[in-house]
Ligand binder design. Structure first.
Ligand SMILES: Cc1cc2nc3c(=O)[nH]c(=O)nc-3n(C[C@H](O)[C@H](O)[C@H](O)COP(=O)(O)O)c2cc1C
Length: 220
């Protein structure tokens, strides 16, 4: 019942925001979803696409999928990161600070992504940015008029705005939830904390996902 409530709320949200889209037929099958998938499969109009190295972002992604009936897709790096990603910290910092685009091992076909109207996009905050493989994934598709809902996990919120801004920059034609972000104080400066995260709402763990979905809906 709760699922149905969330589904109808998101359905309302997506169709309202996507009013300029030609295809507003968003539906969420009320079925059990696989816990994780290397390629999106299913008939949902909503996809949860995420990268996760140590499982924190994955847990949020799976909870969104449970509650919404969305399809799920895990972005894998072509050159995998160390089991403990802190062992790859120099590589990760280089990718973030130099705006690199590491390869994705399992990029879905363009047709597979075209079927979705709404895409939740999840990533850890890595050196003040999304994991850059997430940007590689996003830039591979025409996401005009699709609804993009980013979510991040992080150790400190100081760089959340910078990470969100990056997702918005690489999906310029998309419709974003939230529609606007706090002003990025210096968009070129991703290396110094700018304390500009206030007002960005993220789920505080899997148990908060349901409330987060309702919060982002009520803020539309
Ligand atoms: C190399 C590296 C860099 C990180 N950089 C940041 C950062 O800039 N800001 C932050 O808040 N957390 C940072 N973190 C912490 C991760 O964002 C956090 O642990 C996240 O929840 C991990 O998600 P995952 O388990 O899905 O991989 C970093 C972690 C690693 C391994």
């Amino acid at each position: 019942m709760k699922n149905l409530l969330l589904i109808s709320l998101l359905l309302f949200s997506a169709t309202t925001i996507g009013a300029c889209s030609e295809n507003n037929d968003i539906s969420f099958p009320d079925t059990e979803q696989p816990e994780s998938s290397d390629l999106p499969s299913g008939n949902s109009k909503t996809l949860v696409a995420y990268f996760s190295a140590t499982g924190t972002t994955q847990a949020i992604a799976e909870r969104i999928t449970e509650l919404t009936g969305a399809d799920i897709y895990r972005i894998n790096a072509a050159d995998p990161y160390a089991t403990n990603p802190y062992d790859d910290t120099e590589r990760i910092q280089n990718e973030a600070y130099n705006d690199l685009r590491p390869g994705v091992a399992n990029l879905p076909d363009k047709e597979a992504i075209a079927q979705y109207d709404t895409i939740f996009v999840g990533s850890p905050c890595w050196w003040h940015q999304p994991a850059m493989v997430v940007c590689t994934f996003l830039e591979n598709y025409n996401l005009g008029n699709k609804i993009i809902i980013p979510f991040f996990t992080y150790g400190a919120t100081t760089y959340l705005n910078e990470s969100m801004q990056k997702i918005y920059k690489v999906t310029p034609e998309a419709i974003h939830i939230p529609a606007t972000l706090p002003e990025d104080l210096d968009p070129e400066n991703i290396r110094e904390p700018q304390n500009d995260d206030a007002g960005i709402d993220m789920p505080n763990g899997p148990d908060d996902v349901e409330a987060w979905l309702l919060r982002i809906k009520s803020n539309q």
